[in-house]
Design a protein. Structure first.
Length: 246
């Protein structure tokens, strides 16, 4: 697949790893290298992230899921064990909740996955609607609108290119909660108890929504699974079909 930066290592059963927002696979190397001792690990940088060029237009989660299927077809990866972090979890769940996904991983691990739209409190609603009114007022003034968006947006939004900001808006608009019951693969959710990017409440909601899912809560935040890698490896070893630990 031309232009896709990727990590491929190992020679065991296939394992596909999808990264989170704003990073590529390089941020997960300590975990990927451990997994490659047992699996053949495939970890592509999704379009617009890491060292893979941006998509030709603003993709939504469905389009990223199409890319994952095309990548697996190109690399001849058949039904791999799947792991994903944060926004990668949103993409993977989008694929797994399709009515006819044509994709049947034997195990799925989600680390602090995104994909659920949270209910906003009054304070947050006021902030959001104030922001939208500001955008509406400044729409006739493109330069002022751009400065306003850069000032008011999240750190991820400010760091993104104009195209990837549009991608972010499309991704955040999706809500996979109603479709979670369609997931057929065994799923393990690994969550940091103090995760603020994907709060633990989201992990508990996914545990309730995905049939048979299990939830492992570990100390730390959004990257706790890497920060406590030996702990993570013990959890994975108990769940995965191939043993990771001697």
């Amino acid at each position: 697949m031309d232009g896709v930066h990727e990590y491929i290592a190992g020679n065991g059963p296939p394992l596909l790893f999808l990264h989170g927002w704003g990073v590529g696979h390089d941020s997960y190397k300590p975990l990927l290298e451990r997994l490659a001792a047992t699996y053949t690990v495939y970890a592509p940088d999704l379009p617009g992230f890491g060292k893979t060029p941006e998509p030709p237009e603003a993709w939504d989660a469905e389009r990223y899921a199409d890319f994952v299927l095309a990548y697996c077809g190109e690399r001849k990866i058949a039904n791999p064990v799947c792991m994903a972090h944060s926004n990668g979890g949103r993409v993977l769940l989008t694929l797994l909740t399709r009515k006819n996904p044509g994709f049947a991983p034997p195990r799925v691990v989600l680390f602090g996955a995104a994909g659920l739209r949270r209910k906003r409190g009054l304070k947050n609603n006021i902030k959001v609607y104030t922001y939208k009114l500001g955008k509406l007022f400044l729409k006739p003034f493109p330069k002022a609108l751009r400065r306003y968006q850069e000032k008011k947006g999240s750190a991820d939004y400010r760091a993104a290119s104009p195209l990837m900001r549009a991608v972010m808006s499309k991704l955040l608009a999706s809500d996979l909660a109603p479709a979670l019951g369609r997931v057929k693969a065994p799923v393990l959710l690994v969550w940091g108890e103090n995760d603020t990017a994907s709060p633990l409440a989201d992990g508990r909601a996914m545990e309730r929504g995905i049939p048979g899912a299990g939830l492992a809560v570990i100390p730390g935040g959004h990257w706790s699974f890497l920060e406590r890698l030996p702990h993570t490896m013990r959890i994975l070893d108990a769940f995965l079909p191939e043993k990771l630990l001697p």
